[in-house]
Design a protein around this ligand. Structure first.
Ligand code: PLP
Length: 362
């Protein structure tokens, strides 16, 4: 059976050479006579695997040396609580709610009893734009939390806000490594790896050294960044195989030419797909033009029955996971780094054919 075009929003498609590389090494990792799946996380071999993954990420993102790179479990979701628990200084915590995940991050801080404030939101227009917020007094806030790419609605920051005295914390789960960002503009960046950097099981946290507090009171050990930093991401048993696979994806990206190369490919894939949607008389995307995501492209016919027919036919033709998030309906094509240009082109051809067939049926 040939591989399908997998438009999943996450866990998402992985580069084929990475899967093959993992297959080659599965039974015997580099002549050691055992698999990474069965290795001690304290072994010298795994130690070099995790160090190498960190080194690759640092090089791809030009992470300054005064930032820690940590691999933690619990997904993006656990960061929704680790961020306020570790970074609050007793002041207000600002959240920009640009979608479902951003709202969950805010809600978690509220649930934990912090003074969390929605400083801006795009809820009123169904999250179809990225709001601006110039008149906020940032000095009142310990940090401002943003979500750089909104996976479900398909919006993305094109420029990042200046938050003055307040720290800037970013959930980059669905667009990390998709385009160049200046890490120094941020105080903390986090991302679950299963969208753009690997299989599920790990979250990357990039945090400035001086923000890592020691011995927080009433905070479980696992939830304190200091413990992960001191133990170089092996505070307890880490998701070793995921970290190994992440390393492979990072190597693939380096070999391809790095973030600037993939960013140009991502620009082109998104441009083509949005053009196909905009030129169609059947499909549309209602996100504001200058806020469109290059990673997640939602579209719909506006008719749920027709959308379902499109999704079913697409699946028969080998395009899977095109259904929009259950809260949104319609379609969504997630076209992360590993999703090939050829798949975008074939989807465009399929959409055109579907539209013609529908017109002929009327
Ligand atoms: C998927 C996603 C999350 C949640 O990730 P989990 O790893 O499932 O906890 C958080 N934020 C964003 C922007 C996401 O896309």
């Amino acid at each position: 059976m040939p591989r399908v075009w997998n438009f999943s929003a996450g866990p998402a498609v992985l580069p084929e050479p990475v899967l093959k590389g993992i297959q080659d090494e599965l039974l015997d990792y580099k002549g050691n006579g055992l698999s990474v799946l069965e290795m001690s996380h304290r072994s010298a071999i795994f130690s070099s695997i995790i160090k190498e993954a960190e080194r690759s990420l640092r090089s791809l993102m030009s992470v300054p040396s005064n930032y820690q790179v940590l691999f933690i479990q619990g997904g993006g979701t656990l960061q929704f609580s680790m961020i306020p628990l570790n970074l609050n200084k007793g002041g207000k915590l600002g959240y920009v709610t640009t979608g479902v995940w951003a709202s969950k991050a805010y809600q978690e801080a509220v649930n934990l009893g912090f003074d969390a404030v929605e400083i801006a939101s795009s809820k009123d227009d169904d999250f179809c734009h990225i709001p601006t917020y110039e008149d906020v007094d940032f000095s009142e806030f310990d940090y401002i939390h943003i979500t750089t790419n909104n996976t479900i609605r398909g919006t993305q920051y094109q420029e990042f806000p200046d938050t003055g005295d307040a720290l800037l914390v970013a959930d980059m789960s669905s667009d990390i490594l998709s385009k160049e960002v200046d890490v120094e503009k941020f105080d903390v960046i986090y991302a679950g790896v299963q969208k753009n950097i690997g299989p599920a099981g790990a979250t990357i946290v990039i945090i400035r050294d001086d923000l890592i507090s020691e011995n927080l009171v009433n905070v479980p050990g696992y939830l304190q960044y200091t413990n992960h930093a001191k133990k170089h991401s092996v505070y307890n048993t880490p998701p070793a195989f995921t970290i190994y696979a992440v390393g492979k994806v990072l190597d693939w990206l380096i070999e391809l030419g790095g973030v600037s190369t993939i960013s140009a490919v991502n620009d082109e894939k998104a441009k083509l797909l949005y053009q196909a949607i905009d030129n169609s008389s059947l499909f549309y995307n209602k996100v504001e033009l200058d806020c469109r995501s290059k990673m997640n492209v939602p579209f719909t016919t506006g008719n749920s029955e027709l959308d379902s027919r499109f999704i079913a036919r697409a699946e028969e033709a080998g395009f899977i996971n095109l259904a929009g998030h259950r809260t949104m309906g319609g379609m969504r094509a997630s076209i992360y780094n590993a999703f090939p240009m050829a798949g975008v082109e074939e989807l465009m051809t399929f959409m055109k054919k579907f539209e013609e067939d529908e017109q002929n049926n009327v």
